[in-house]
Design a protein around this ligand. Structure first.
Ligand code: NAD
Length: 417
């Protein structure tokens, strides 16, 4: 299987050819700007010292400070982090957020460690990153296996290493913080909320009645569980869910709130009492209106994409579909809401959190949701228009929107010296 960064480059080249991207800009955007790899020691609960490997890749900051999540997972490596960083650059450009693209992570299996060990791993990594991150320079956020608590530990570590007079000026060094520690209303659900807004708009464009619609979700963490919970009030029925513990299905519908409680109590969807266990193929083959992949990369490939029996794939995860997967979805006539548009709700509300921190403001939930809806649907409109103008699939259209925006800035600014 190709590395994920190769997938990014494949997606990039396709759009760059179509818009005849300036050759110099093309050269610049094919590369990441900075890559930091850190091997750092952590004391385990039994007194042993272990060495961990962490990454921060900064792909591009021409639109604003680097921005992107931190992932704790055994599959984290330089190739994956490069790809995730580049997707952030395109995403912020599509939804017009003044941030660049970055991503980071630690190669580890968090389930193997105690909470105190995870805290020390997180804090030592934040300390080791030093001035690689900063509130006006590079701003991390949650991703797979990290959450508001992780951000609170990073915030505390970062501020503790600054002079006291500087501390309250720097709380926007991370976003996705707990509300009590400077987080924003609506950040927790923001990615799922953005997905729901995009699906609502798609349904309206296509004349699909969401009251009669069905959906399946892969991944039931932050993104998947919020998407599932926010689609249900629109009238759609959740038929099947898969996570790292297995897959469950119920043709009469699964209550996403009850499933979320089960996952909180047991750690996964397996053995959820009100649904049947199904295997991976059966899960992917479930006939439904919408499939929301919200787990990891490379889930829809030459092997798995042919199994899908849906009208729309709404990408909650980053990079769930590889280049073969894209081709097969197009051949099957399945619509696609690409990751760099569909899951942009998270970075949009991260931007709102950053702004609130800088201005010492607190916006209420309806203000956050209203602004999120307007901004992500403006991105949706730009992508739809590009798809119509260039007669291309929506992923390529989203890249076209992003690349044209980045190209304009480079042409204005030029290259120093
Ligand atoms: P999370 O850790 O909260 O949840 C990850 C989910 O994926 C879990 O339910 C886990 O069981 C499941 N999973 C892991 N391996 C799996 C496998 N092999 N098969 C099926 N399911 C598997 O992470 P998250 O924050 O919800 O992120 C999920 C995806 O969404 C990632 O691609 C992430 O980059 C992307 N994303 C997250 C945000 C955000 O705000 N958190 C924003 C944009 C995009």
């Amino acid at each position: 299987m190709a590395g994920v960064y190769e997938t990014v480059l494949g997606q990039f080249e396709r759009a760059a050819d179509l818009v005849e991207l300036d050759p110099s800009v093309r050269k610049i955007l094919r590369h990441t700007m900075n890559e930091v790899v850190i091997h750092f020691p952590v004391r385990m609960d039994d007194g042993r010292i272990e060495i961990f490997t962490g990454y921060r890749v900064q792909h591009n900051d021409v639109l604003g400070p680097f921005k992107g999540g931190l992932r704790f997972h055994p599959a984290v490596d330089i190739d994956e982090v490069r790809a995730l960083a580049a997707w952030m650059t395109w995403k912020t450009a599509v939804v017009d957020v003044p941030f660049g693209g970055a991503k980071g992570g630690i190669q580890c299996a968090p389930a193997a460690f105690s909470r105190t060990e995870i805290e020390r791993i997180t804090r030592r990594f934040a300390f080791s990153l030093g001035c690689t991150i900063g509130p006006e320079y590079d701003i991390p956020a949650p991703d797979v296996n990290t959450n508001a608590q992780t951000m609170a530990w990073i915030l505390d570590t970062y501020l503790s290493t600054m002079p006291p007079q500087e501390r309250n000026r720097a709380i926007h060094v991370v976003t996705g913080k707990p509300i009590e520690a400077g987080g924003s209303q609506g950040r927790d659900k923001a990615t799922g909320q953005g997905i729901a807004y995009c699906i609502e708009q798609w349904a309206s464009d296509r004349g699909v009645d969401l009251g009669q619609a069905t959906y399946t979700v892969q991944g039931f963490g932050n993104v998947g569980s919020w998407a599932a919970r926010l689609l249900e009030p629109l009238g759609a029925t959740l038929l099947a869910v898969e996570d790292h513990t297995g897959a469950v299905a119920n043709a009469d519908g699964i209550d996403p709130e009850a499933l979320a409680e089960h996952v909180a109590a047991t750690g996964g969807v397996a053995r959820y009492p009100d649904a049947d266990a199904v295997d991976h193929r059966a899960f992917l083959s479930t006939e439904a209106t919408v499939f929301v992949p919200a787990a990891l990369e490379n889930q829809l490939t030459a092997r798995t994409a042919p199994l899908l029996d849906v009208r729309l794939v709404a990408e909650g995860a980053n990079g769930p579909t590889d280049l073969d997967g894209d081709r097969i979805l197009a051949e099957k006539g399945i619509d696609l809401l690409p990751d760099i548009l569909c899951n942009a709700g998270g970075v949009i509300v991260s931007y709102f959190e950053w702004l609130q921190n800088k201005r010492s403001e607190f916006w209420d939930l309806s203000e956050v949701d209203g602004k999120l809806r307007r901004r992500i649907l403006a991105g949706y409109d730009r992508v739809r228009d590009a798809a119509d103008t260039y007669d291309v699939d929506w992923r390529t259209a989203a890249y076209i929107v992003a690349l044209k925006r980045l190209e304009k800035v480079y042409k204005r600014r030029g290259i120093f010296p």
